[in-house]
Design a protein around this ligand. Structure first.
Ligand SMILES: Cc1cc2nc3c(=O)[nH]c(=O)nc-3n(C[C@H](O)[C@H](O)[C@H](O)COP(=O)(O)OP(=O)(O)OC[C@H]3O[C@@H](n4cnc5c(N)ncnc54)[C@H](O)[C@@H]3O)c2cc1C
Length: 416
């Protein structure tokens, strides 16, 4: 079924009796050529591009819960390609280009909203660093503009310009950045993959791997054994637990990150704004709620919920940046499990086990990467060679020392 304005009109006039489920609920088959573990954004996107670009057949996605129950439905929805390092920027710009055509490609309204992302600077040194980053972005074909204090003030007059502990002196703007409705991304990819024959199997947890002489042959699940030619793992915050079943120890720690939404307000925040003197970022959803977040909770955990001291810390960041936020009532908050890598950059690579491939280490930046991650992982699974934009995301870089340390924080996942 194709979605369109005409279809909505027709269904509206005929009692909405023609809508069909967006994807099937198939029983698992005995064997597949490609098994993707994890029905989050990255797993579903991988399955979609495997089927649509690489014309592969007999593909299944195994999800232990429901689609959208993981980080894909928990993030603060920000997309951007304002990275600096060579290993990162071409990949995230590729992702941005895929976002720009995504709704047409999937025939699904994911509410891609390019209202801009503005990183505020609060010192001369920080402005210089933003200038350098902006130049790196321009050289990689992305857009970037350095704004003066007055230009920022015109764009966001509600920020604290007059009494701030860390006065705003300008900002780096990427106009093509913005937000996308996060769970619609999972649903859109799932529907489009299903249409191309991918079996999406929910409530099917992978509990072990079967191997023969160093080669993967299939996976044990709560719904029985499933044989596979190749297995791709994309389980984000559960990466360490899943790969431990294959005897692998990853350079990844899992941490909690929380998100917050206020009651609906009239339009006030024009795009995404990030505080440069603390960790706080905010946007406004189409329903009117202010959507914001801050630091990790700061301890290792696999629980999808956070603690109150971090709530206080995030609220302090918000108050320091835009005191008007103190008048808004908090409506909802939740936590997700972040797969924090040791240099803050992701991994898309083969593993030492034949037929087993890994995608993870997305830290708290993997939502914006969803399209490119799916495309690059599908490329790797289909061709056994890395996609040109993802060649640096090797698993062995922590052994060889070829880190992609975008933030210059070293091997301290809690600081990335
Ligand atoms: C609060 C918060 C805010 C964030 N904000 C942003 C942001 O603004 N911008 C941005 O770019 N990124 C953001 N992120 C990060 C981003 O959401 C993640 O990096 C990204 O969604 C991870 O990829 P995914 O969608 O595939 O993960 P998930 O949706 O978590 O998918 C992994 C799936 O694997 C399943 N799974 C796990 N173990 C098994 C198993 N054994 N068998 C079968 N299935 C299994 C899980 O149930 C889950 O559905 C944020 C994250 C959080 C939590």
């Amino acid at each position: 079924m194709r979605y369109s304005g005409f279809r909505i009109l027709k269904e509206g006039l005929t009692g909405h009796k023609g809508w069909r489920p967006a994807w099937r609920e198939p029983e698992p088959q005995a064997a597949y050529d490609y098994l993707i573990i994890g029905g989050g954004g990255h797993g579903l996107a991988t399955a979609f591009y495997l089927a649509s670009v690489f014309s592969k057949a007999r593909i299944a996605v195994l999800e232990k819960g429901w689609l959208g129950g993981g980080n894909i439905g928990r993030n603060t929805t920000i997309i951007r390609s304002n990275y600096m390092l060579d290993g990162n920027e071409p990949f995230y710009e590729f992702s941005m280009k895929l976002w720009e055509g995504l709704e047409q490609e999937l025939n699904y309204n994911a509410m891609v909203s390019q209202r801009g992302i503005l990183n505020l600077s609060h010192s001369d040194a920080q402005r210089d660093a933003f200038r350098r980053r902006g130049n790196a972005m321009l050289m990689n074909g992305a857009d970037a503009e350095l704004l003066s204090r007055e230009q920022v003030r015109k764009m966001a007059p509600f920020l604290d310009f007059d009494n701030a502990r860390f006065p705003i002196n300008g900002g780096l703007l990427q106009r093509r950045g913005g937000t996308v409705r996060h769970d619609a991304v999972a649903w859109g990819y799932a529907r489009a993959a299903d249409k191309r024959g991918v079996d999406i199997i929910q409530n099917c947890k992978v509990t072990g791997f079967r191997m023969n002489g160093g080669t993967i042959t299939g996976v044990e699940t709560t719904r029985g054994y499933i044989a596979a030619g190749k297995v791709g793992c994309a389980v984000a915050g559960n990466s360490s637990r899943l790969m431990a079943m294959a005897g692998m120890r990853l350079p990844i720690e899992s941490h909690v990150l929380q998100a917050f939404v206020t009651e609906a307000l009239k339009p006030v925040v024009p795009g995404v704004i990030t505080f440069g003197a603390g960790h706080f970022y905010v946007s406004q959803s189409d329903k009117g709620g202010l959507v914001f977040g801050g630091d990790l909770d700061g301890y290792n955990s696999y629980a999808q919920r956070g603690n109150l001291p971090t709530v206080e810390d995030v609220a302090e960041g918000g108050m320091a940046l835009m005191p008007i936020i103190g008048r808004a009532r908090l409506l909802r908050m939740w936590g997700g499990i972040m797969d924090m890598s040791m240099d803050g950059s992701p991994i898309i690579d083969r593993t030492p086990i034949d037929g087993l491939y890994f995608n993870g280490g997305w830290c708290y930046g993997g939502f914006k990467a969803t399209p490119a991650s799916g495309y690059a992982f599908a490329h790797l699974l289909a061709t056994d060679t890395p996609h040109t934009t993802a060649g640096a995301y090797r698993l062995d870089r922590f052994l060889t020392g070829r880190m992609i340390d975008e933030k210059g924080m070293g091997a301290q996942p809690n600081l990335h």
